[in-house]
Design a binder for this molecule. Structure first.
Ligand SMILES: [Fe+2]
Length: 259
């Protein structure tokens, strides 16, 4: 019985590792996160179709990381390859006859790149990550966060900076530097379709934790302000949990900036 309770408790702690307590759409604070992995599993998008691209989501690993495959005009990009995502991602690419063009990583926490090395070894594609988060990709554990997931080092090919452009097929994505959760956290924004991959900066009802060794809550507030200025119809695809929109989250994002 004690053993069972310990397992349940540790899962609950791990499940909320990347998020703070949540907010209702009106901006009222929850005491506990409304976006726990257990609850959100049944609420995940799987495929989202935009005119210019489609997005397939593969929740993977103990934190149900959202590994995304972005597809446009026959090209595919994997965003944040989570733990053990390789099998599902490879099957999808093979079934859809897609060529993998690149891997983009929003930030260098282990759960967002634990599946990267196997994909790189299989497809020999370039890897892009912010220059500020690259060191932990090349040397996992350098950010002083425990290596709680088996993870192999990866050498990035492109070092991203704010306002850089990335392409996948016919879609162009702007890099938005959103430090706070980690120094080099980035979001990828497509202005034509108003879509945003937000990593662990913005979730439905909450934002990423800022108590890691290299986190910064003031920078997080500035990053949330930056994102709150995007069009309200922008669809947000976060690193964990269900998708949302800027309009749905805007009220609490503004309150955080005012603190
Ligand atoms: Fe994270």
């Amino acid at each position: 019985m004690i053993k069972y309770a310990t397992i349940v408790l540790s899962f609950a702690l791990v499940a909320q590792l990347d998020r703070v307590s949540g907010y209702e759409p009106e901006g009222q604070r929850f005491e506990s996160s409304p976006v726990r992995c257990e609850a959100s599993r049944c609420d995940f998008l799987r495929i989202e179709r935009h005119p210019l691209f489609l997005i397939e989501c593969f929740p993977s690993g103990p934190l149900a990381n959202n590994t995304y495959v972005l597809v446009s005009a026959g090209e595919a990009v994997v965003i944040d390859p989570g733990p053990s995502c390789e099998k599902e991602v490879c099957s999808f690419l093979s079934e859809e006859l897609l060529s993998l063009k690149a891997i983009w990583i929003t930030h260098s926490h282990l759960d967002h790149f634990a599946g990267c090395k196997k994909l790189v070894d299989t497809f020999h594609v370039p890897v892009a990550i912010s220059a500020l988060d690259a060191p932990n990709l090349e040397q996992p554990g350098k950010d002083k966060i425990d290596l709680w997931i088996k993870c192999e080092a990866v050498t990035p090919t492109f070092l991203l900076r704010d306002k850089d452009s990335l392409s996948c097929g016919e879609s162009i994505w702007t890099v938005i530097h959103t430090p706070g959760h980690s120094p080099g956290s980035c979001c990828f924004y497509n202005a034509e379709e108003n879509a945003l991959f937000s990593g662990d900066t913005l979730f439905r009802g909450t934002y990423g934790r800022c108590d890691f060794p290299f986190s910064d809550s003031h920078l997080m507030a500035e990053s949330l302000h930056k994102l709150s200025l995007l069009p309200e119809e922008t669809v947000v695809y976060p690193g964990h949990g269900p998708s949302t929109t800027i309009g749905r989250e805007k009220s609490w994002m503004i309150k955080i900036q005012e603190k």
